[in-house]
Every structure is written in C-alpha cells, then in structure tokens.
Design a protein around this ligand. Sequence first.
Ligand SMILES: [Fe+2]
Ligand SMILES: [Fe+2]
Length: 247
Amino acid sequence: MPSECPGQTVPAPRGHDTAEAVDGFGSFGGLVVDDFGQRVGLALEMRARRLMARLRRHHPESALHSARVAAIVMGMWRKAPALMGDAETALLGSLLHDVGKLFVPRDLLMSQALLTPEQRAVVCAHSALGAKLLLRLGFPEAIAAVARGHHERWSGGGYPTGLPAQDQPWVVRAVAVADAFDAMTDPGRAYRAPLGGDEALREVEACAGTHFEPMAASLLADSLARPAADWSWQEPARSDMAVFALH
Ligand SMILES: [Fe+2]
Ligand SMILES: [Fe+2]
C-alpha cells in the first residue's frame, strides 16, 4: 500500500449547529448503546448525530462505512476493553473518524477516475480537517485524535504527519486497522475491486508491523463476529443506523 497523501496545509473548517436530543443511539458490534447521552453528555451526542446525518447527506457511502467501522471497532472493544480504553471514545471516534469528508467535494469523493496529486491532497485533508472540526465543536481531544490519526501507519509514511504510529493512542491504531479492513471489502470503492473477508484479513496480517499495529491486526482477526472467510460486505445492521435518526 503506497502512501497516498504527503503532508499538506489545510484550511480551517466552518462551524456546525447542534440538534435536538433523541432517544437511543443504536448498538454496535453487539454492544447496546442506550444511555449514551448521559455518559458523554447530551450536547456531544446531539452534535455527533448531526454530523453523521450531514455526512450521510453529503456522501452516503462514507456514512455507512463509518457505521460499519464502528461496529467492527466495538467488536474489538468487547474483546479487549482494557486495551481499547473507554467505550465512548471508541464509539464516537470510530463513528466520526471520516467526518472531515464533509469538507471534500462530493464529486471528488464519487470520482471514478484516478485522482491528480492536487485532488488526492484535498481528499487526504479530511483527517486533519475532521480533527479540527471535532475540537471546535467541543469533542475531547481523544476523539479528535482518532479522526486525525486514522491514516497514520505503524512504521510511518501515512498522513497527515507521516510519523510512526507508535505514539498514537491504542484506539486510533484499532480504528486504522478496522477502517482499512472495511475499505478493502467495500464493493463501492472506485479504485479497487473488493476483497473477500479472508483475503482482506490476509492483507491486514501481511501489513502488520508496517502499516498496522501488530496487536491491533490480531485483535481484528479475533473479534470478527464470524470466520473471516465468511465475511462479506453488508449494509450496517438496522440497530446501528439509529445514530442517523434525527427526530
Ligand atoms: Fe479516512
Ligand atoms: Fe474511513
């Protein structure tokens, strides 16, 4: 996997409004998340819902990808909660990891053509922009760090910094591997044919120690809800979609 995005400067994001409270946040990876607003605060829950709804309107594939990544990450959390840290950060971080794609023009996200270096730089800005947006909206740094760092690589060469990911929080390393696994199995990506679950897992394992934290790669394999050979890309579970609901 070659590095796609060198370091670049990015513009400051615009602000977003908050939305009204709603009941139920869904369940991810079999983990029922019901009293979420009480645990993270209603304001953050509302902002997360609003952001996910906006992302779904802007680029539905990114929103559905985010819900699938959250389900995978929470499956990993269930296997190793002490390693992954608090569930709220894991859930909000994984759900919002690609929120910076709100700043990437939709036609660029939908492009079937090979991107120019300039276009790639715009797409790759999503990680840094997402982190800035989340901090501006009052999300904790631990959640912004997931957006910022999910394309960094274990041995360096990712983006935005290109630095080795050893200093990244564990949950960021977990989201990085779950994000890549979902991207590899997603049939909606223009730039590559989808891999089966077993193929994708083999690629993750081949890249453990270079692209991915080796323990995170192992945890992904351990936590998939079924044998990887049976894994096929699917729509997020209905129970995972409650996060998009704004009543
Ligand atoms: Fe991303
Ligand atoms: Fe992603």
